[in-house]
Write a protein that binds this ligand. Structure first.
Ligand SMILES: C[S@@+](CC[C@H](N)C(=O)[O-])C[C@H]1O[C@@H](n2cnc3c(N)ncnc32)[C@H](O)[C@@H]1O
Length: 254
């Protein structure tokens, strides 16, 4: 059954998945939470001030919100650097659902919203490479399939957006095997962020040899999580005890 569209409290859309019995985003504000977790806390916005390329890897393309937010930032700052946005989605939404999604209020260029139906209109199983805009050097590498099946030889992500459903309902995307696999698409400075603050998820990251820290959560939530393969990238955040959490995860404490 197609997920149903709902409006969140900041005016941006989300979907409700009957399959996972969960909203795709925080009902208090889909766009607001995404901007905070994936663009602000991750350091992506400041990274764009100095870099000449950007590679992002997202777990869970969902509505495409994070991709649109990134396009909007690039347009707003007139950035024409090469951007590769890898994203994985096992259950793409229909074009009809994509047509009813509205992020316009949160986009400096509301016209970007119109890209969504075309992104979902012609997806084939496996990797789909889409160049959504003539005036930006952006390639969307959208893998239609499960995370398990994902392969992308050239992906070395500067940022990982871990945006799966919660660990209770989407367990396979939060285990140590997942975070090990994500590290193979990373480099020493990669930053991974997620809205999730569950100890089990953090334990899985630690067991996969990520450094892990807590950050204040979005929209009144107490915490979110930021991780990296470099300790330096987490300076300024409160680190967890990685060794202890990894041991507890491996013992099955969570
Ligand atoms: C929380 S939603 C993603 C939200 C998305 N980033 C957005 O901005 O709309 C999680 C997504 O992960 C997808 N998903 C769940 N399990 C998956 C798996 N094993 N492999 C790939 N995608 C999966 C779901 O279909 C859903 O679209």
């Amino acid at each position: 059954m197609s997920p149903k569209v709902h409006q969140t409290k900041d005016g941006s859309s989300t979907l409700y998945s009957e399959k996972f019995e969960q909203y795709y985003h925080n009902p208090n504000g889909a766009a607001s939470e995404s901007v905070y977790v994936f663009f602000e806390q991750s350091g992506l916005i400041s990274f764009l001030e100095t870099t000449d390329t950007l590679t992002v890897l997202e777990v869970g393309f969902g509505t495409g919100l994070n991709f649109l937010l990134l396009l909007d930032i690039l347009k707003k700052h007139n950035l024409h650097i090469p951007v590769r946005f890898y994203s994985i989605e096992a259950f793409p939404i229909t074009v009809e659902t994509a047509r009813s999604i509205d992020f316009k209020e949160h986009l400096s260029d509301p016209g970007l919203n119109e890209l969504l139906p075309s992104i979902f209109s012609d997806l084939n199983p496996g990797m789909n490479i889409i160049k959504p805009m003539k005036d930006l050097d952006v390639e969307l590498h959208l893998f239609f399939g499960t995370f398990d099946g994902f392969r992308a030889q050239e992906c070395s992500a500067d940022f990982i957006f871990h945006d799966a459903f919660s660990p209770e309902v989407n367990e396979e995307l939060w285990d140590d095997k997942t975070f090990k696999k994500l590290s193979t698409y990373s480099h020493s400075e990669t930053v991974l962020t997620t809205y999730c603050a569950a100890s089990k998820a953090r334990g899985a990251m630690c067991a996969a040899d990520w450094y892990v820290a807590k950050a204040r959560g979005a929209l009144g939530k107490r915490e979110m999580t930021i991780a990296s393969l470099s300790e330096e990238k987490l300076s300024g955040f409160k680190r967890v005890n990685e060794k202890r959490l990894a041991e507890r995860y491996n013992k099955g404490d969570f």
